[in-house]
Design a protein around this ligand. Sequence first.
Ligand code: IFM
Length: 471
Amino acid sequence: MSTPFPVLPRGFTFGTATASYQIEGAHDEDGRGPSIWDTFSHTPGRTKDGATGDTACDHYHRYPEDVALLRDLGVDSYRFSVAWPRIQPTGTGPANAKGLDFYDRLTDELLGAEIAPAVTLYHWDLPQALEDLGGWRTRETAEHFAEYTRLVAERLGDRVARWITLNEPFCTAFSGYAEGRHAPGAQEGTPALAAAHHLLVAHGNAVRVLRETGAREVGITLNIDLVEAASPAPADVAAARRAGTLHNDVWTEPLFAGRYPATEAETWGALADGSYREDGDLALIGAPLDFVGINFYRPLTFADAPHTEPEESRRSAVDIGVRPVDPYGSRHTTMGWPVVPEAFTTLLTGLVARYPELPPVYITENGSAEADTVAPDGAVHDQDRVTYLHDHLTAVAAAIDAGVEVRGYYVWSLLDNFEWAHGYRQRFGIVRVDYDTQKRTPKDSYHWFRRLIEGHRAMDDADRAPVQESR
Ligand code: IFM
């Protein structure tokens, strides 16, 4: 079958993304301190099969091979994260030179391959020593984040243009401090809401430092969700509103509208007591950004699930009286996530409709976990992932046609990697990693993405007619 590639605008950035703890390994090398994910993954019962990131993809040692894969892929940019405990093993104090050296080498390797680095400062690996002092529940962590940002920006800022302060603060605050399925594994109420707020303060602090150090492109990555109601019944609509507050408004309202969500009292009642806020926070958090990173995987639908217990006994910030439902009837990835590409277009257009002043968008993650197998010919024929990427890029192109300024797209992920509490069972890579041998095998999706990029380069600027692809 021959179908057109999605066509993205001239100058569009194609990239792939990874994160430190998910790929680096070398957990105790060159002075790296322990992170909350080391502690969590080493705690029995926390991750599938007891998996840890101790070795992961051994990227710390194999980064030249991985950058060579990126070069052959032809990407414009590569998004990686810096592990805070490599830079400050206990989260404060002077830089660990060997930690900075690693990211320096990686940056130079990328530039040598003509790939622009996009650096995420925080992708969930908080130094354990800071968690021992309260972690994101405390404002001090947001202050320490500013010091850490300065150390990284002063070292890499001459070569890195694109900076992402935080990745998916929803997961840090709520998966980590309210659901407990991510590190540090807490199930709390007001402290989780405090964590959400302190993450925003940390973001604001980092933006300030990045501006002071001359950074050119500064943004934050959010996993904003398209949240829908299971039915038009008022109770379900209210449930979706509460879920939308939890997933989206906590971040978007302070970042893009200069206010806290009007719906927080109906969502959390007394848990949202605001005790963690200070005068001036909104101005800090809402400082202008050059872009917003959006990570999208699947839409969410909620029905009302009325509480039976009194409000005072509710303890977790994710306990908001909602029940996820799955009306999609579509294919699901091995994560159990429904595949609904058109939801991506709706999400992006809806975001701009709600926040007309939204900065330009980069899609900083999108991809799918699939049940990959190695075929007798040694290849990985991951047609489901190819279709997923094709259809989601088509959805991005539709959003651009509808007026959303999307500047680039990073596939999640370059490599199969440590998928947090799911361990190594979920494979998101466009390159397969054999964890016994560390052999890398580019999958069919890698080759598809390479042809897509090549096709865009080859397109006549004057006539960007769809390039035919074989599927
Ligand atoms: O692997 C994660 C990544 O770390 C953050 N965004 C979602 C991905 C898939 O679950």
